[in-house]
Ligand binder design. Structure first.
Ligand SMILES: C[S@@+](CC[C@H](N)C(=O)[O-])C[C@H]1O[C@@H](n2cnc3c(N)ncnc32)[C@H](O)[C@@H]1O
Length: 240
């Protein structure tokens, strides 16, 4: 069994459950998508047929947000789950410049998929599933998939090095979800996600932001920066 097959993402229904509640579960998701658009417009520029790679694309939410800004994008979406890729195909229906690759990050690390010449690599809430060594190997892989001066932006989970701060960050997350539930008048059970997040096999892989940024520097990235942080959620990245 591969690492991906062992993960929740290969479990029937887990992906659907995430997609159905993502706007409730992911803190400031709309604002993060908006920020990604701002980053894109500022650093990449619209109308230039930029080549964008979306890793762990899920239903293609990041690519969709970028394509809505710039229809000239040439997009490559990668996910280990065939079901998620089907959702991404649906979400990008009618957009002609997208290719969809079913591959795990472990396969990318082993160089089993040819990925090169990208202006921008984006990822959201996917890379934290990797063990520390694989995460670093994936960062090197992303670096080599980028063109010179290309950018990487990762929206992901981070853990606080301080236990007392971490406890509050988890609470802050729960408070966010409670607030969203009330605002959206929905009754989903968000504790499912807190339990999954803090389950030992998942939680032990989450690294502090500073370690993830340091790993980017070690992979060769410049201008490594955290653009946003709200408890356990962060947006960070660098430039080749
Ligand atoms: C939480 S979802 C995020 C989806 C999307 N990026 C978003 O922000 O809504 C995580 C995605 O990463 C994919 N994923 C998790 N581990 C992976 C791995 N090792 N290789 C490839 N894809 C993986 C899952 O199948 C899932 O689609």
């Amino acid at each position: 069994m591969t690492e991906f097959e062992k993960s929740h993402w290969s479990e029937r229904g887990h992906g659907e459950k995430y997609l159905d509640t993502a706007d409730l579960v992911v803190v400031e998701r709309e604002r993060l998508l908006w920020m990604l658009g701002s980053f894109y417009s500022h650093f990449l520029g619209r109308g230039k047929k930029n080549r964008v790679l979306d890793l762990g694309c899920g239903d293609g939410v990041l690519t969709r947000a970028l394509v809505d800004l710039d229809g000239t994008i040439d997009a490559t979406l990668v996910d280990g789950s065939g079901d998620m890729l089907d959702r991404a195909r649906e979400r990008l229906e009618g957009f002609g410049h997208a290719r969809f690759i079913r591959a795990t990050f472990q396969e990318l690390i082993k160089d089993e998929v040819e990925l090169s010449g990208f202006d921008l690599v984006v990822s959201s809430l996917a890379i934290h599933h990797l063990e520390a060594g694989d995460k670093r190997a994936l960062f090197r892989c992303i670096y080599s998939a980028l063109k010179e001066r290309g950018y990487f932006v990762n929206i992901d989970m981070v853990v606080s090095p301080s236990r007392v701060m971490e406890e509050w960050h988890i609470r802050l997350w729960q408070e966010w979800m409670a607030e969203r539930k009330a605002a959206l008048k929905i009754d989903s059970d968000y504790n499912y996600f807190v339990e999954r997040y803090t389950a030992k096999d998942h939680y032990e892989k989450i690294e502090p932001l500073r370690d993830q940024m340091e790993a980017l520097r070690a992979a060769g990235f410049n201008d490594v920066e955290c653009h946003f942080k709200y408890g356990i959620f962060a947006m960070y990245g660098g430039r080749k």
